[in-house]
Design a protein around this ligand. Sequence first.
Ligand code: A3D
Length: 312
Amino acid sequence: MPTRKKIGLIGAGNIGGELARLCANRELGDVYLFDIAAKENFAKGKALDLEQNGSILGYDSNIRGTSNWADLEGADVLIITAGIPRKPGQSRDDLVATNLPIIRDVANNAKKHCPNAFVIVISNPLDAMVYEYMRVTGCPKGKVAGMAGVLDSARFQLFLAREAGVSVKDVRAMVLGGHGDDMVPVLSMTTINGVPATQFIAKDKIQSIIERTRKGGGEIVTLMGTSAYYAPASAAVAMAEAYLLDQKRLLACAAYLDGEYGYKDLFMGVPCIVGGNGVEKIVEIPLTEEEKGMLAKSAASVQGIVDVVKKS
Ligand code: A3D
């Protein structure tokens, strides 16, 4: 019996490929790069290229391309990127008609073949797709989370670091709420190694950084013609690693809310402890009245798209 962890990457496109590279490079386990039958050879080719890369970089992970769910049997982690990304001019919510049947197909197969996996959803519109995944599979709430907050926080931290003229390593910030233009960068908790960011950057400048963060995905779509994939993959791997290595990291993840922050039956970005049991705890941090108002606006946007999904 293999003792290596088994990581299933559902979608072998731009993010899927980078996820495979990072998982192998960090030797998190053996990687199965899954795509639809029409793209099976593409997945196999990408897997082989990445496996050969191990001879140079020095990792032993096996990497397999497949379109057969049976190969994913018993996976420890699933990271789902199946679906289409945005094109310039599209909002994330424009993807719902295409990506909803895809997440349903993936959820039905995952329920059958990988019932014990910790599942990280990346497909957009993120908060609605992760909601639908849990609704279809009925999996425990701690075993599924959406990746968005780690990425949105990373974007916020980078812009702050550049403006303050400090290392990005020292900027601590969290972006909560839905993964959309109403996301909530929590300024009251944003520090440069414990020193309030407002000591380094003027309020109006911070406001323009918040606006840039909120549109951070769109900025890249406009430049590249498709979605970002390096930072999204790194963000999801941070979550997977926290689970596989039981790191108990405090990460902003789209988690199932059952009364926390005053919301119920909704996935939205909140601070979570991620460890060997998945999302082990949702941490409720004090928010200012302004931040609470922004979170309410963001939650209403998420609820709007979830309502569409529920009726479809
Ligand atoms: P892309 O390079 O097109 O890869 C998606 C892959 O999914 C393609 O290879 C498809 O063939 C495959 N696919 C389609 N249907 C299925 C299916 N039923 N089963 C398995 N695979 C399938 O896209 P990408 O990797 O750039 O982006 C993937 C998704 O992530 C999109 O929905 C993006 O909008 C989303 N995304 C989310 C974030 C977040 O921060 C949440 C960031 C960037 C992209």
